[in-house]
Ligand binder design. Structure first.
Ligand code: HEM
Length: 134
């Protein structure tokens, strides 16, 4: 590129957010998809809802084909000033309480699962022997 490409801010791109004027930001580039809206195999609604933001993730999530990527060149209008795109908020999971670290209760349950049937069996044998002898 000769360095003469237009650089738009996200605010400028965001103004083009209607079916008659639809611009998209994908992989740092700005596309005027207005004439493509009707022909887009994924429908015009997804494209319109992808305006006013960095649509890279939405675009990539679909897993567009190489031919779809080749088509993009004809809609290219310039670059996005990346400093105007809000930084992605990384999801940071809250510190989870380390539950059940104490394995003692688990061990006692296992022990009981073994001992209780044994005790019942022992009791049954005891009762049997007792009733037989008396
Ligand atoms: C200028 C930009 C775009 C072009 C040239 C384009 C082109 C295409 C093409 C050719 C297909 C057919 C399947 C394929 O070949 O991969 C397609 C499908 C699709 N596109 Fe796009 N697309 C663009 C942007 C977007 C964006 C930003 C989104 C999401 C917000 C999107 C969502 C979809 C969906 C949901 C499908 C349908 C997938 C399916 O039903 O199998 N596209 N697109």
């Amino acid at each position: 590129m000769g360095g003469d490409e237009k650089v738009f801010t996200l605010a400028q791109v965001s103004e083009h957010n209607s079916p008659k004027d639809c611009w998209l930001v994908i992989n740092g580039k700005v596309y005027d998809a207005t004439n493509f809206l009707e022909d887009h195999p994924g429908g015009d609604e997804v494209l319109l809802s992808a305006t006013g933001k960095d649509a890279t993730d939405d675009f990539e999530d679909v897993g567009h084909s190489d031919s779809a990527r080749d088509m993009m060149a004809q809609y290219y209008v310039g670059e996005i000033d990346v400093s105007t795109i809000p930084k992605k908020i990384k999801y940071k999971p809250a510190n989870q309480p380390h539950y059940n670290q104490d394995k003692t209760s688990e061990f006692i349950i296992k022990l009981l699962q073994f001992l209780v049937p044994l005790a019942i069996l022992g009791l049954a044998v005891g009762v049997h022997l007792y009733t037989k002898s008396s």
